[in-house]
Unconditional design. Structure first.
Length: 280
């Protein structure tokens, strides 16, 4: 299954980052000199994605401006801007406003008209960043090509944190037997959590359109994956093998993400080290 479509959920209200998210989506929070969502877009492009559907919320205007390349300064004036334009030249960006029930499954119902029936696609939560040497979307595609199964990004979490995530139960190897959204600690079958990267097919969107709302009256992708497996579908877990899963959904994790990218830049790392030395 050739994967050339990506979907990014960018409709969250960003309440844990208020008041800054009153003015623009958390997906535009800067990671050094790039908005967070651009890191996902580049991850997709490196994996061969040609079309990206961004499902937006109420603060969508800044996202539209971010990807409006029609009125930019002439080339040669800003190197970083030229690099941005070059990366975006081979990809189509489509915006769709979110409608329907609250939940992380709803953006896929919104994006459905842009995904050919029977096609595979990559789905990303807009506040989850995967910092890895190899594009994580590419890793998902390679795992799908090897196994023939759908693929969910996973990472171990502390046992006390299983109540915050969709937690996987395994059949054999990395094939998933079940997944439960926010289980009680004593009910969790592992401490392996799904995070915001998936390689899915349109049959999962069909399941989403059929299942009832889940916890907190939300439409959960976890519930659709669980039902897909129950109906005989195969899903395998893909851990981050050469990097880490980061998130920008709250101040502490946002700062952790900033720090990880800052330490990866030699010039910034050296400058921070000098500042740190002054405090000793």
């Amino acid at each position: 299954m050739k994967i050339e479509t990506g979907v990014i959920a960018a409709a969250g209200s960003g309440t844990r980052m208020l008041p800054v998210t009153l003015g623009y989506p958390k997906e535009l929070m800067p990671i050094i000199n790039k908005p967070a969502i651009q890191l996902i877009v580049e991850e997709f492009i490196e994996a061969g994605i040609k079309k990206i559907i961004i499902v937006t919320g109420e603060n969508s205007a800044p996202l539209h401006r971010q990807y409006d390349l029609s009125n930019l300064p002439p080339r040669g004036k800003y190197k970083s801007l030229d690099e941005f334009v070059d990366k975006m030249s081979g990809v189509e960006i489509v915006f769709e406003p979110q409608s329907g029930p609250y939940g992380n499954g709803t953006p896929l119902l919104v994006a459905r008209p842009h995904i050919p029936l029977g096609a595979g696609f990559i789905y990303a939560y807009g506040d989850d960043i995967i910092k890895s040497k190899t594009s994580f979307a590419k890793q998902l595609i390679e795992t799908h090509n090897r196994t023939g199964a759908l693929v969910a990004g996973t990472q171990e979490v502390a046992w006390e944190d299983v109540v915050r995530y969709g937690i996987v139960e395994f059949k054999e190897g990395m094939e998933m037997k079940d997944v439960v959204e926010k289980p009680a600690r004593e009910d969790a079958k592992s401490n392996m959590a799904m995070f915001g990267r998936f390689l899915l097919g349109t049959d999962v969107i069909q399941v989403l359109s059929e299942i009832p709302l889940g916890k907190a009256n939300e439409l959960w992708l976890t519930d659709a994956v669980r039902e897909y497996i129950r109906r005989g579908g195969r899903v395998v877990a893909q851990p981050v093998t050469d990097g880490e899963w980061l998130t920008i959904g709250d101040p502490v994790n946002y700062l952790k993400t900033l720090f990880a990218y800052a330490m990866d830049d030699a010039e910034i790392r050296a400058a921070l080290k000098r500042e740190y030395e002054k405090t000793k």
